[in-house]
Design a protein around this ligand. Structure first.
Ligand SMILES: [Zn+2]
Length: 322
């Protein structure tokens, strides 16, 4: 199957059964033939066949250990048929705002609990490797607040027995997200406890090259974290959104566009995002943004390729594999 054929219809047809889905994954994971996940042996492995043998089982002639294509991937130990996994990948990759576990549960005919675990595993496989090189060029940095309960009326009155400063503010219960976006390039988002210069400094140090041109709004928190980097601000308070200056476009419109999609997803699709899981949702939205120029099918393949080698970390972060 050509990758440009990969859409929901072809996925549903080609992956109507688990055997075909497994063959597809084998080709994707092992383009040069089966490789032993235990010792790395490539040529010296053979397929185990026979009526009592589990399908897709291989044995390594080097280390004598058996394995299947799911060993060492996010699919390992899962009882969900592989074809449903592949469909779930496509649904999450092709939906701009993501897809809730409730909807996956209905569409894939798996339990809600299974759907929730599948979605988190897929998000985990979308997480970015640490940046090989820092982001350079024009970088937009901004923060936003997501989650928490929506307050329909923000009363300005202080109730009897309550001190004014104790009233929940507009960000109460919300989580702070800082995104670093290379204009025309990639975005990387981080969940921070509080937006302070101290918390932002490691983000800046790890992601932004020293010769980058950083653009923010008029918030002053970042100033202390940017050190000597070239920095311009767009003054939203004065209703300024774009300014042209010495050939540069001073605006944070790209990162704000990214936040708009993130918020539509978190508020409209996921409704409630536990703060312990937020970084995986950020991985999902970052991943879709960073592969925005790919077709849906290619984006799905890209995500599936991230499925291997991430299993252990995942077990630690969301508990036992179902
Ligand atoms: Zn081996």
């Amino acid at each position: 199957m050509e990758t440009n054929e990969l859409n929901l219809i072809t996925l549903a047809q080609h992956f109507s059964d688990e055997d075909k889905a497994r063959e597809f994954l084998e080709k994707l994971r092992w383009p040069d033939g089966p490789a032993c996940p235990h010792c790395g042996e490539i040529g010296n492995v053979y397929k185990l066949q026979g009526e009592s043998t589990r399908k897709g089982l291989y044995k390594c002639a080097g280390c004598r250990k058996p394995f299947t294509v799911t060993v060492g991937t996010i699919f390992e130990d899962s009882h969900i048929p592989l074809n449903k996994w592949l469909l779930a990948y496509h649904l999450l990759c092709a939906s701009k705002k993501g897809m809730s576990a409730h909807q996956l549960h209905r569409m894939l005919k798996v339990t809600y609990r299974s759907a929730w675990f599948m979605a988190h595993r897929i998000r985990h496989s979308m997480s970015q490797e640490p940046l090989r090189s820092m982001l350079s060029g024009v970088i937009e940095v901004d923060e936003t607040y997501v989650g928490g309960k929506r307050r329909y009326s923000q009363s300005t009155q202080v109730r009897p027995g309550q001190r004014g400063q104790d009233r929940p503010g507009p960000f109460a219960g919300k989580q702070a997200v800082v995104s670093v976006l290379q204009r025309g390039g990639r975005v990387q988002s981080t969940h921070v406890q509080r937006v302070t210069a101290e918390n932002l400094k490691p983000v800046v140090d790890q992601m932004i090259a020293e010769d980058a041109h950083v653009i923010t709004d008029s918030s002053t928190v970042l100033m202390g974290a940017l050190m000597a980097r070239k920095h311009d601000q767009v003054n939203h308070a004065a209703k300024e959104y774009v300014r042209h200056e010495n050939g540069a476009v001073i605006t944070t419109n790209s990162v704000e566009g990214y936040f708009a999609t993130l918020k539509r997803g978190i508020n409209g699709v996921y409704h409630h995002v536990g703060k312990q899981h937020l970084r995986r949702y950020l991985s999902e939205f970052d991943f879709r943004y960073n592969s925005r120029k790919e077709k849906d099918g290619d984006r799905t393949l890209l995500a599936m390729k991230g499925a291997s080698g991430k299993r252990l970390m995942l077990k630690d972060s969301i508990g036992r594999v179902q």
